[in-house]
Design a protein around this ligand. Structure first.
Ligand code: NAD
Length: 352
């Protein structure tokens, strides 16, 4: 397939942005479906995966006509790709993101930005050297209507200064390939970003606690895990991460302020009154709970790409700051105690 009429804004002159997707597993397929059905102005022109059969099957069913190059590096270089979505395993993100920056192409990278804060610093340095931001990280909770309403309430002026927050991240169960550390790197990482965004401040220190173990937990699994996060401005946040909640996917948040309390509402769904009870639905898993957030996230990303502008969502600094929190949380989990979160100086490319 050739890409005719591509302008220097990264969008074809027909107003459609050509997108390549690297990694066609669960969320890669979800995002391809989203970009082809729920986000106007996107065309999937190329997909790939280390499992090329999977990539071909996903292309056939969700993006007929998309090319399937043998490697992610080929996809990034392809003239039929204007912008890239990276949805492969976290350990592979760094090289793909660096490849996109080198090619001068916008890249939406699912979390984590990279598997270590050191690798994230390499990405920051590449963007600073390029003189502009190309990277958006997939922290979709920032686009969730419920979280946006909570943030607006907290900063609306009527509740006074925020003092502390209680948060819970309850998974019905975790995929079989999850390791104990992934409770931090893949689950709690969402809270690290969300809390930085909610309070517009950095997390200064983290302490991990492992209460009585869930009898359903795999050996060596911190389930449940409680993380206490101290923000630089003194706000304290406790985060419960439950790997085997079983009853559903339940994301909770309550912010205690000087003059009141604001919390995520119980359910966005229907309320059923029957047989002497009032029942609210609980989402089955993350694709259901955050469907609207993902849609809004991609519409926002595509608008910046189509306009040839820097992305407005979570950037490489946010990906780095979350990785630094992961480092601290894992040290506390394995060695115990309160662990400070250390950050390099923020380059001026990344506005606070
Ligand atoms: N934002 C969210 O809430 C959210 C939810 C789920 C997953 N994720 C993130 O998305 C990423 C993918 O997760 P998933 O659940 O789809 O995993 P998955 O295992 O279902 O899919 C990953 C795919 O990447 C492919 N892959 C692995 N290495 C590759 C490489 N070097 N090049 C190309 N393809 C490669 C695998 O073959 C697989 O098909 C992870 O980083 C995960 O943390 C984010």
């Amino acid at each position: 397939m050739t890409n005719t009429g591509v302008t220097n804004t990264g969008v074809t002159d027909t107003g459609v942005t050509n997108i390549g997707v690297i990694g066609t597993g669960v969320i890669g397929a979800e995002h391809i479906r989203r970009l082809t059905t729920a986000v106007p102005g996107a065309r999937i022109t190329s997909v790939t995966d280390v499992d090329l059969d999977r990539a071909r099957a996903v292309a056939d069913s969700l993006a007929p006509g998309a090319s399937v190059p043998a490697t992610g590096a080929e996809l990034i270089e392809s003239p039929e790709v204007d912008a890239v979505v990276v949805t492969s395993w976290g350990s592979t993100h760094r090289d793909y993101v660096l490849g996109c920056i080198a090619a001068g192409k916008p890249v939406f990278c699912e979390k984590p930005l990279a598997s270590s804060s050191t690798d994230c610093i390499t990405i920051l340095e590449a963007e600073v050297a390029a003189g502009r931001r190309y990277v958006q990280v997939g922290f979709m909770r920032r686009y969730d209507p419920a979280y946006l309403a909570l943030r607006a309430a907290v900063h609306g002026g009527s509740l006074g200064a925020p003092l502390l927050m209680h948060a819970a991240h309850r998974n019905p169960a975790l995929p079989a390939h999850f390791t104990g550390d992934m409770v931090v790197t893949d689950s709690a990482v969402h809270e690290f970003d969300l809390i930085r965004w909610m309070f517009a401040d950095e997390i200064a220190a983290i302490t991990a606690y492992t209460p009585r173990r869930n009898s359903r937990a795999k050996d060596g699994f911190p389930d449940p895990l409680v993380l206490v996060l101290e923000l630089a401005n003194g706000v304290l946040v406790d985060v419960e991460v439950l790997a085997n909640a079983r009853y559903g996917y339940d994301i909770r948040g309550e912010v205690v302020c000087e003059d009141g309390v604001a919390a995520l509402s119980e359910s966005a769904g229907v309320v059923v009154r029957s047989a002497g009870t009032v029942a609210l639905g609980v989402p089955t898993d993350w694709p259901e709970r955050f469907a609207a957030a993902f849609d809004i996230e991609f519409r926002s990303w595509l608008a910046s790409v189509a306009g040839g502008e820097e992305p407005t969502g979570p950037d490489a600094w946010d990906g780095y700051a979350a990785a630094a929190c992961i480092d601290a949380a894992l040290v506390s989990l394995h060695d115990g105690g309160r662990v400070p979160v250390t950050l390099v100086d923020r380059p001026s490319l990344y506005r606070p």
